[in-house]
Design a protein around this ligand. Structure first.
Ligand code: NAD
Length: 377
């Protein structure tokens, strides 16, 4: 029996965007989604040009999201787009996501889900009312070894968690922040387009998500310090926070986009009474399990010894490296299954993770603003 593909649309993520190619390849990985249209640029001509490159019907290369919603909802149910990904700069996520959810589309939204925690909460209400699938593109949760880590912690492999350490270091803003003429070319440094935070909202939020995703524990309080490096720059390009988890465990989260020479150094380490687990994004097919009374154990993807949710996230036999785009592919596979009613979004961050992320960003900014007070999340 043939199974109809999910008709999928992309908003943002156009030619030469950073994350667009990741979504387009990831969505095609499971042979489940078919790109039928979208709004690929804020410029209509560029949108049409890119639709031609992709071989799409120009009638479904829309000039705006409103036009997409009107055009698609006018189509018969069997032709209409059902899933839309939002991969625009941050300031558009909230209004676009609300419109799409309220119009009955399933949504994959890039992070940060909104610009504020209040907006994220309002969106959560919409999602609950619509009953549609809403996923957040926290790509790193799609890695097999991150899912292995989460499963092992949930199964008690570490015992009670007593220390967490999450770090996300990049260096790409360093040459930009020292040259003011370049600032305007980077939307992440513009509060109107990027939001109230650069580094914490852009990458610190990934580290925070990984920490709560892998441990299953919530961060309840934090004390933070941020740096803009140049007094004329309104947004953080570096930040650190001490964390208190709901079980009393202490943690540290550090994020930086001025860590000179760093590429995409995201790491998470979780230590419990009985052992530790350590994962690094730049070497993602390796998970170290540390113990006191036995040699360290190396887990890699695709083996029978891996947890079923980790095995499910590998497409290839052991030793065939899979990476960032494959991890995003696993987000799409989970979303497709949820749309088809085959499985819940269990392994995929949803709107709740979006609300948590925005509360984290707000708490970091509030703590830093008050000179380092502990702030509840
Ligand atoms: P980018 O600047 O490279 O691309 C943005 C795209 O959005 C461009 O194609 C641009 O033409 C398009 N766009 C802008 N305004 C639009 C509008 N009004 N309508 C339609 N399209 C519009 O940005 P990017 O680095 O790809 O980031 C996009 C989003 O993805 C951001 O929210 C970012 O935080 C997120 N992101 C997530 C990850 C991840 O790991 N999940 C990685 C990188 C970026």
């Amino acid at each position: 029996m043939t199974r109809p593909r999910i008709r999928w649309g992309l908003v943002g993520g156009g030619q030469n965007s950073l994350i667009g190619i990741v979504h387009r390849v990831a969505a095609s990985m499971g042979d489940d989604c078919e790109l039928v249209g979208g709004v690929f640029s804020e410029h209509e001509v560029k949108c049409l040009e890119f639709a031609a490159v992709l071989g799409l019907d120009p009638a479904r290369a829309y000039a705006t999201l409103d036009a997409l919603i009107v055009g698609e909802t006018a189509l018969p149910a069997g032709e209409r787009m059902s899933l839309v990904t939002i991969a625009t700069p941050n300031y558009l996520h909230y209004t676009m996501a609300r419109k799409l959810v309220q119009s009955g589309f399933h949504v994959i939204c890039e992070k940060p889900v909104t610009l504020t925690a209040t907006e994220a909460q309002a969106l959560a209400t919409d999602v609950a009312q619509a009953g549609t699938v809403f996923a957040l593109a926290h790509t790193y949760t799609g890695y097999p070894m991150v899912r292995q880590m989460r499963s092992m912690i949930a199964a008690g492999a570490l015992g009670a968690i007593q220390k967490v350490h999450a770090q996300y270091f990049q260096g790409w803003i360093n040459p930009i922040i020292h040259d003011r003429e370049k600032w305007a070319s980077v939307w992440r440094l513009d509060p109107k387009r990027g939001g109230p935070s650069c580094c914490i909202g852009d990458i610190g939020i990934h580290a925070f998500n990984l920490l709560e995703y892998t441990t299953g524990l919530r961060v309840v309080r934090l004390l933070a310090d941020i740096d803009t490096l140049d007094p004329a720059n309104p947004l953080d390009v570096d930040g650190s926070a001490l964390l208190r988890l709901e079980n009393g465990a202490r943690g540290v989260l550090a994020a930086s986009q001025i860590a000179t020479g760093e590429e995409n150094n995201l790491q998470i380490a979780v230590y419990g009474r009985d052992g530790g687990l350590r994962w690094q994004q730049e070497n993602p097919n390796r998970l170290d399990f540390l113990r006191e009374d036995a040699p360290a154990t190396l887990y890699t993807p695709g083996h029978a010894y891996d947890d079923p949710v980790a095995r499910d996230a590998s497409k290839l036999p052991p030793g065939h490296p899979e990476g960032f785009i494959d991890a995003m592919g696993n987000i799409y596979r989970g979303v497709v299954r949820a749309i088809r009613g085959e499985a819940k979004l269990a392994e995929i961050p949803g709107i709740e993770a979006g609300v948590r992320g925005m509360r984290f960003v707000a708490a970091v900014l509030e703590s830093a603003r008050t000179g380092g007070r502990w702030v509840d999340i």
